[in-house]
Every structure is written in C-alpha cells, then in structure tokens.
Design a binder for this molecule. Structure first.
Ligand code: SF4
Length: 115
C-alpha cells in the first residue's frame, strides 16, 4: 500500500469519528463477522510483520459490515501498539493509517472535517 491509501483510509473514518466508544464496541461485537462466525480466541497469534497477515486480514474480514467501526475502535484504544488483525488490516498497515488518523483528529477536531 502507498501513503495515499493510508491517508484515504483515515479520511474514510471521519464518518464514525463522533460515535462513542461503547456504541462502536457494541456494533463490532454484535455484527463483526469474526465474533459470530468463529471464535477469535482460537485464531493463531499474528505478528503483523509479514505479508500472510495482510492476506489473513483480507480473508478474515471480507464482507464484514463493521470494518470502519472496528478500525476506528482499534485506533482509539490501541493506537500504535495495535497487534493482530482488526478492521481488515494487519497491524503494520494499521499503524500507518494511525499516523494519518491521529493527524486528522488533532488538526480538524473529533470529526476530522475539512475546515
Ligand atoms: S473488521 Fe475484521 S476483525 Fe473487525 S469485526 Fe469485522 S471481521 Fe472482525
């Protein structure tokens, strides 16, 4: 992925910027594919350091209806210490998105709106 891809992903999260953490958590645990299709605790531990994690993220999260909500919640709660697969991304990619996400929130307020 290129920096522009990460920036676009961060921008796409603006629509959930004002959603409270508890609401995001409820949505993700209720509707997230990995929470009701299989048990996340049985998944192998992922390092996020290699390409297979990207492939796993793409396969695991394909068709999940709450990808943005999942990614937003993980960026808020774990930030750069994020590990594993969340929001259809491996952690290396999520850390790259985080830098743009953090800049948007600090520069434009909670919603990241262009002003
Ligand atoms: S985006 Fe992926 S990790 Fe997040 S809830 Fe959906 S399937 Fe699970």
């Amino acid at each position: 992925m290129r920096p522009d891809d990460y920036a676009e992903m961060a921008k796409g999260l603006d629509r959930v910027a004002d959603v409270p953490d508890e609401v995001l958590a409820d949505l993700v645990t209720r509707d997230g594919l990995c929470f009701w299709v299989f048990d996340r605790s049985e998944m192998p531990q992922l390092t996020g350091e290699n390409t297979p994690d990207r492939e796993l993220a793409a396969r695991l999260c394909a068709g999940c209806p709450v990808i943005d909500e999942c990614l937003e919640l993980e960026l808020r709660q774990a930030g750069e210490t994020t590990v594993g697969v969340w929001g259809a991304l491996a952690d290396t990619d999520r850390r790259a998105v985080y830098r743009f996400w953090r800049w948007r929130r600090r520069s434009h307020g909670s919603r990241g709106d262009e002003r």
